[in-house]
Write a protein that binds this ligand. Structure first.
Ligand SMILES: [Zn+2]
Ligand SMILES: [Zn+2]
Length: 360
């Protein structure tokens, strides 16, 4: 079955100097020799889309205009001419439904060519294409992507689940497994049960960690209890976290802080409530600046660990957990036409979990 590919398509684009997304007609991209042409099924909306639209202090390689959307799932409709002679030969076929990792890196193993990829940090690579982040992404019917960014979607995972898995789940997964190295039986205090934090909660529980949770919204705490968090492990809203830890006998027993909020208060509380030689895992960035309490940090010999993005193996493992039913990312379907209003609702805190936009 050969698909008739149109010459042009409508896409949601960012133009430098314009803070609102523009719905415009652009050419359908051609298939890259080392990649695939994808027909999009679902594209996840992320809070960072707002930042991409409104914050123009961005890396030098950002294009003057580009198609937004960095969380995608689609079907392969064309494979590049270099694939059969590459290590990816036979891994993918036309018709496969794949999740799309926006920043898979260039993959160079030469430190002079790409210090990031050569040190296993492809999510920080500046050489390769960044889908929807300064370069063309997934709020369009078709997208071109390197084969390095493709992960086959297992059966039982919907396109919208797969789309949000590429960012909201993969970022949480990378933070907890690779950066935090959280182990079974460890006590983890989790700040924030939003889009990423709720996925983090499920990933932590799948490891077998004991998770204590804190959020400003009661409904998020209710959701946590619904998936099995004991009421005794939930900090009541408005309760002072340090008092709660002391009163509930957790002082000196919290191995890891997973901060998916990143505000002054959470970052400060984290340093006080974590055990000696504990780890603070920083993922959320609601405050631009936070304070390190030097005496606390040094005397307790804390590790402050930052995490950013994720990698193909994280995405593969995250999709596996979703297929097994261990992880259930909160996502609802929307329509691609509604991107601007969905983004406003997300910014306004009106959306629980995530919305992924279907392409018709
Ligand atoms: Zn994102
Ligand atoms: Zn690279």
């Amino acid at each position: 079955m050969t698909e008739i590919i149109p010459k042009s398509m409508q896409a949601w684009r960012k133009h430098r100097g314009k803070m609102e997304p523009i719905w415009e007609t652009i050419p359908v991209p051609s298939c890259p020799p080392n990649g695939a042409l994808i027909k999009l099924l679902s594209s996840g909306v992320c809070r960072s889309d707002h930042n991409l639209l409104t914050n123009e202090v961005q890396p030098h390689w950002f294009k003057d205009s580009f198609t937004l959307g960095h969380e995608g799932c689609g079907r392969i409709i064309e494979l590049g001419s270099d694939i059969p002679a590459s290590p990816y030969a036979g891994k993918f076929a036309i018709g496969d439904v794949v999740a799309l990792l926006a920043v898979p890196g260039c993959g160079s193993q030469d430190v002079n060519e790409c210090p990031e990829c050569a040190r296993d940090l492809p999510q920080l690579c500046e050489r390769a294409h960044h889908s929807g982040i300064g370069e063309d992404g997934f709020y369009a019917p078709y997208a071109a992507i390197s084969v390095r960014g493709l992960v086959k979607v297992p059966t039982g995972v919907t396109p919208s689940q797969a789309a949000v898995a590429t960012d909201a789940v993969t970022t949480a997964y990378h933070a907890i497994h690779r950066r935090g190295q959280v182990k079974k039986g460890e006590v983890v205090f989790l700040f924030g049960l939003g889009g990423l934090g709720f996925n983090a909660l499920q990933i932590l529980r799948a490891i077998g960690a004991r998770v204590l949770v804190s959020d400003v919204k009661q409904e998020n705490l209710d959701d946590a209890m619904e998936i099995g968090v004991d009421k005794a492990d939930v900090v009541p809203t408005r309760k002072d976290v340090r008092d709660w830890v002391r009163e509930n006998g957790w002082e000196g027993k919290i191995d890891v802080i997973a901060d998916f909020v990143g505000m002054k208060q959470t970052f400060s509380d984290a340093q006080h409530i974590v055990r000696r030689a504990g780890r603070m895992l920083c993922v959320g960035t609601l405050s631009h600046d936070n304070t390190v309490h030097m005496k606390v940090g040094i005397r307790k010999r804390l590790s402050i660990i930052f995490s950013y993005g994720g990698q193909v193996r994280d995405l593969e493992e995250a999709l596996g957990l979703i297929a097994e039913g261990v992880l259930n990312p909160m996502v609802e379907d929307g329509k691609i036409k509604d991107f601007p209003s969905v983004l406003k609702d997300l910014e306004g805190g009106k959306i629980k979990g995530r919305i992924s936009l279907l392409h018709d």
